[in-house]
Design a protein around this ligand. Structure first.
Ligand code: AHR
Length: 495
């Protein structure tokens, strides 16, 4: 199968924020996953788990979205500041009805971002909050001079503003964020946006309107038309489920061949969604100023047997690695539209990077894909073409290969390829033009049976390995991709 990299054609720079993450007050994502508190026996720095932070730092996470999700539209940020013993205890009504003691609030989230070295993306409460409350939150985080909120921040121990750039104006306003109609939300979005102020010309904020669910193009069209000029981007949420029945989504492990290919086919639908939403946005925004922020994506399965249903805890297999690879390839190739994406969710929830159990931590196959793809962050997208054939079942077919490529500032080209076939290896013959003379080619491959996963007892079942058998030619190379694999090839410029 031939793969061609055309260095003469590019859609532009792949925003590093496409490799963003999402952490909600949901199940064990924040509590137990990212944050254990300063008094925990689990090693931590200012309450953040050292093992998890170190693992995530290695992904170069560019941006982290918080506090939700549905939780965001029930969250009143002032409950989560000040001395912890005085913080209000609330009920997390969206996710299992558990008690939320607000010990992880604004200061803790921004401390986590500091430790990770990433930007913060805060989703404000539009569904059950007020314009004043949201406006005050921005002032609390970003006001450098003297003001009521800046003084409050200083009283709570933080002198300098954090200059939080990314602000989401509600979440899923069409659903858990208020069950609004797009016309109503469009007006509300304008109102909220008006009072989310810039406190420094050097740190202007980036406003993200609550966008559509899957293929709700009417939502995108209406919100872009009514509120587009008051925001910088609209969001999109699309999850991949094995079945179409939210009551019986399908298991994360032990799935059938039908479920394997169903998930891959449905993942490929992301391309159609991104293109259609972009086209619809352009009706209101012909110059293409508005970006698309896919701030929730990933797999959603039935929870692991014996776990709390509202905690959305699921295992993560090679199938999920392919889902990550396909989505990231799609986002890379639509970098002229997709300005940010945030996989749901970072730890212990849905398609997680990391799973924890007490003091134990395991890296998932999806983690390894993000690691193998990190060279795409901030690189120049390059056009690719792949010869493919269809694989799958009678009902669900997909091309066997899925590809993207980019060129970093130092000239290094990264080619990422997924072999979607669960059973067939695929020889590939890669050719390039327009990228100059190349020195070496190295590869890393992640492979296994479709249902292989890492557990606390066997944490290294799925791990990246050096790709063997790469044969270089004058303007390319050949290799063989194992069945069900994700490979990353680094093609270095000649020294
Ligand atoms: O990620 C889990 C939930 O999925 C989020 O809270 C919500 O925005 C979406 O429906």
């Amino acid at each position: 199968m031939r793969i061609i990299i055309n260095g003469n054609r590019s859609k532009g720079t792949i925003s590093k924020n496409i490799y963003g993450h999402f952490a909600e007050h949901l199940g064990r994502c924040i509590y137990g996953g990212l944050y254990v508190g300063e008094d925990s026996d689990i090693p931590n720095v200012n309450g953040m788990r050292t093992d998890v932070v170190e693992a995530l730092k290695d992904l170069n996470i560019p941006v982290l979205r918080w506090p939700g999700g549905c939780f965001a539209d029930t969250y009143h940020w002032q409950d989560g500041i000040g001395p912890k013993e005085n913080r209000k205890t609330i009920v997390n009504t969206n996710w299992g009805g558990v008690t939320e003691d607000n010990s992880f609030g604004t200061h803790e989230f921004l401390e986590l971002c500091r430790q990770l070295g990433c930007e913060a993306y805060i989703s404000g409460n539009v569904g059950s909050g007020t314009v004043q409350e949201f406006s005050d939150w921005v002032e609390y985080c970003n006001m450098g001079g003297i003001s009521p909120m800046a003084s409050k921040r200083r009283e709570n121990g933080r002198e300098e503003p954090w200059n939080v750039k990314y602000w989401g104006i509600g979440n899923e306003a069409w659903g858990c964020g208020g069950n609004m109609r797009p016309e109503f939300y469009g007006d509300l979005c304008r109102q909220y946006s008006t009072y989310l102020r810039n406190y420094s010309d050097d740190h202007r904020i980036f406003k993200i309107a609550s966008g559509a669910n899957v293929d709700d193009y009417k939502w995108t069209e209406t919100v872009a038309r009514q509120a587009g000029r008051f925001v910088d981007a609209l969001s999109l949420h699309y999850y991949t489920l094995p079945s179409d029945d939210w009551g019986h989504k399908g298991a994360a492990t032990g799935f059938t061949e039908e479920e394997y290919y169903s998930v891959l086919r449905k993942t490929l639908y992301m391309k159609t969604l991104v293109e259609n939403h972009a086209n619809v946005m352009r009706l209101a925004d012909p110059k293409g100023r508005l970006g698309l922020v896919v701030d929730e994506w990933g797999t959603w399965y039935d929870v692991e047997p014996g776990t709390v249903p509202g905690f959305l805890y699921q295992q993560n297999t090679m199938r999920d690695a392919l889902v990550a690879a396909i989505n990231l390839n799609i986002f890379n190739d639509h970098c002229d539209t997709v300005v940010m994406a945030n996989i749901a969710q970072t730890v212990n929830v849905l398609q997680a990077m990391v799973l924890t159990e007490g003091e134990k931590m395991v890296l998932t196959p999806s983690y390894h894909v993000f690691h193998m793809y990190k060279g795409h962050q901030g690189a120049k997208q390059l056009e690719t073409y792949a010869e493919t054939h269809l694989v799958g079942t009678d009902k669900d077919k997909a091309p066997n290969l899925h590809v993207s490529a980019s060129e970093a500032k130092d000239g290094t080209v990264l080619l990422t390829v997924a072999n979607l076939s669960g059973t067939e290896a695929s020889p590939i013959e890669v050719m390039w033009s327009g990228i100059g003379v190349r020195g070496s080619v190295e590869g890393t491959v992640l492979t296994g049976a479709t249902g292989d996963f890492n557990s606390f007892d066997a944490p290294e079942t799925v791990r990246p390995q050096t790709m063997q058998g790469i044969c270089t030619t004058a303007d390319g190379f050949s290799a063989v991709l194992p069945a069900c694999s994700v490979a990353a090839f680094t093609i270095r410029a000649e020294q």
